[in-house]
Design a binder for this molecule. Structure first.
Ligand code: KDG
Length: 328
């Protein structure tokens, strides 16, 4: 049995050799990306067992992704190779120093991952973990991927804890339904990660974490990321009898805010994934809500201070010391 299974598209990522507009950057360095496999890699680096389920082309970029992700200690034995479709890739620029804005150019339409479906994904392998981690990116890839997520998030006995990172990527959606699809998926999850800015952009929610909490009353744990300021988590304990085994009648919420440590940001990409991995690591270890948020911040700090998506998280004893120090 595995701690966490993450399903989604991974891509070869091209990082700029210099700052500047996409139009001007002369060369790029190859790295790997993909929100869900990022979470799996960071969790594996933090000592948990993780599996990534995805689909890549039968091409060199596909080989590179599978080899690199396996190199983190992630189980890749349920990754399918598609002989007819390519591995997705994307290019990005360095963040503007003033605004942090950067350009992203995706080349992933019709990719192998966009062909993931209920017919070709081994659902038993996906459901084999204690936690199943999914994100809204997959829902944007294709109709078949949306149906797959719908199936995987349906309530069913023995379902793993469902962790969902909203990951709203407006550039990927080709229908206007994106925000509604994301809201529906978030409502089916047990644990949801969403940025305050994302909730405003996707759903027009402007009232901060409390308002997001009101819009998403279903998940047992809701984590609202508030950028450099910190993050707020709501945990709703079941206190009453359950209606049909799924929806508790009464819940007593606990709310915790944890400020983020100050770091000199090199690139924000991958920070949300590292945050999710840190929080999930704390969850797997049965740590209290505030400590889970601190782990999220510590893991995110590592990603924020590297140019690529992925950074090695602090070692467990180091993270434990840092998180306790912070409290003192
Ligand atoms: O969270 C980081 C991801 O955004 C990046 O790796 C690329 O998966 C990606 C996406 O679809 O944007």
């Amino acid at each position: 049995n595995v701690d966490v299974v993450a399903l989604g598209e991974s891509m070869v990522t091209f990082l700029p050799s210099r700052p500047g507009r996409l139009a001007d950057v002369p060369s790029f360095d190859r790295a790997i990306g993909g929100a869900e496999s990022n979470v799996a890699c960071v969790l594996a680096a933090a000592g948990h067992s993780a599996r990534w389920v995805g689909r890549v082309g039968a091409d060199g970029f596909g080989d590179h992704l599978v080899e690199r992700i396996a190199g983190y200690g992630v189980d890749v034995s349920f990754v399918h190779r598609d002989a007819a479709r390519p591995t997705g890739v994307y290019f990005r620029t360095a963040g503007d120093r003033g605004t942090g804005a950067h350009e992203v150019a995706y080349y992933r339409a019709g990719s192998a991952a966009s062909a993931m479906s209920v017919a070709n994904v081994d659902r038993a392998a996906v459901r084999a973990g204690r936690i199943l981690h999914l994100s809204g990116i997959t829902a944007a890839l294709s109709e078949a991927c949306r149906t797959l997520l719908h199936t995987l998030t349906a309530p069913r006995p023995g379902r793993p804890v469902l962790s969902f990172d909203v990951n709203h990527r407006p550039a990927l959606w080709r229908t206007a339904e994106g925000p509604l699809v994301l809201l529906d998926l978030a409502r089916r999850a047990d644990l949801v990660f969403v940025g305050e800015d994302e909730a405003e952009e996707a759903w027009g929610i402007t009232g901060g974490p409390e308002a997001i909490g009101r819009a998403l009353p279903e998940p047992g744990v809701l984590v609202v990321k508030q950028g450099g300021r910190g993050a707020t988590a709501f945990e709703r304990h079941t206190t009453g009898p359950e209606t049909d085994g799924a929806r508790p009648l009464r819940r007593s919420p606990a709310v915790t805010f944890e400020p983020a440590p100050h770091v000199d940001v090199v690139a924000t990409t991958g920070a949300g994934d590292a945050f999710a991995a840190g929080f999930l690591s704390g969850t797997l270890r049965g740590l209290p809500l505030g400590t889970r948020l601190r782990y999220g911040h510590l893991f995110a700090a590592a990603a924020l201070t590297t140019p690529g998506d992925l950074a090695t998280p602090p070692a467990r004893d180091h993270a434990d010391r840092l998180s306790a120090l912070d409290h003192g």
